[in-house]
Design a binder for this molecule. Structure first.
Ligand code: SF4
Length: 326
């Protein structure tokens, strides 16, 4: 394969993101991007980027993009020795659970999540005491230790299916209260919720949606199910980040609002220059801890390796794999 000259490579990469990154910002990214592309080849590494990552990461250095589960699954298919997770810590742990023999790096180990931090394995023990025999369904946005204390995992895309797969009249669904309430509204199964919230999605209100519709007539509103039930009810469609992307691709609404993290609209807009994206978004401070500079540093030093105690990894992997088997 002919290697591209640096300037040609940079021009071609900038062409991908010129709609969402102004020309004056681009030079500040070029050196890190060139170094990361070289280091990936040297290290036999791949970069997984969540849909909430900034466009210069998502479109210019990532090998696999998607939601947390799609990222972990895809990583398991390749022959890379090193996986860099451009996402938050629980996503890196899930990637490690599904790829135990690979080196998994998180460029900033402080990249957390308000949902993952809202619950501990001891809390699950207390819930099991309070509701004996009731199965525990755990959202993937949790630590490996919490997954290990659970019966099965779910994502926002498959939560209803997972809840109903257990054949139980009631389930405990942790940690996202709003996701649990949104699922409860769609199923006969009684859902016992925890009090965790996503600090980004809990900010949106039904009044925000009304104002958005007034300001942008005809906009189709897509909301993430981590939003409050009244926000979901006010939207035209609710679904995971992957479901939102599918919706936009299939229906191509002329004017669309993605009620979720800010970078998601930028990343999707790159593919649909003919659609107007209204941006009623919130920034996730944890996702934004990941930068090109930190990815480069992780690849240079192999610092930030994610390890999971084998006592935790076994049951946590079983909870994830039980979901994948559905
Ligand atoms: S957007 Fe919400 S759920 Fe996602 S990582 Fe940030 S705090 Fe966690």
């Amino acid at each position: 394969m002919n290697a591209l000259r640096p300037s040609t490579l940079s021009d071609s990469l900038y062409g991908r993101v010129s709609r969402v990154i102004p020309p004056f910002e681009w030079p500040s990214f070029e050196a890190d991007i060139a170094a990361i592309l070289r280091l990936k080849a040297e290290r036999n590494a791949i970069i997984l980027a969540h849909n909430y990552q900034s466009p210069e990461i998502f479109h210019c250095v990532a090998d696999v993009v998607g939601d947390s589960l799609a990222l972990a699954r895809e990583a398991a298919n390749g022959d890379a020795r090193v996986i860099v997770m451009a996402g938050v810590h629980f996503m890196a742990e899930t990637a490690k659970l599904l790829n135990p023999s690979k080196t998994v790096l998180i460029p900033d180990p402080q990249a957390g999540c308000s949902l993952a931090e809202s619950i501990t394995p001891d809390d699950i023990g207390l819930l099991r005491q309070a509701y004996p025999g009731v199965p525990v369904v755990t959202y993937v946005n949790t630590s490996a230790a919490v997954k290990a204390a659970s019966d099965i995992c779910c994502t926002s895309a498959n939560a209803k299916k997972v809840v109903e797969s257990l054949g139980a009249p009631r389930v405990i669904m942790i940690p996202d209260e709003y996701l649990a309430r949104n699922v409860a509204a769609q199923t006969e199964v009684e859902v016992i919720a925890w009090r965790g919230r996503c600090e980004v999605h809990e900010q949106f209100t039904a009044a925000d949606i009304r104002e958005l519709r007034e300001a942008h007539p005809g906009a189709i509103v897509l909301a993430h199910p981590e939003c409050a039930p009244e926000v979901v009810a006010a939207a035209d469609f609710a679904g995971s980040t992957a479901d939102m992307i599918k919706y936009v691709g299939a229906r191509r609404p002329a004017r669309v609002a993605l009620v979720t993290e800010c970078s998601m609209s930028d990343n999707v807009a790159v593919h649909y220059p003919d659609l107007e994206f209204v941006r009623p978004c919130g920034l996730c401070p944890h996702m934004k801890r990941i930068t090109l500079g930190k990815i480069r540093h992780a690849l240079e030093t192999l610092e930030g390796e994610v390890t999971i105690d084998p006592i935790v990894a076994g049951p946590a992997r079983r909870a994830v794999e039980r979901m994948l088997a559905l």
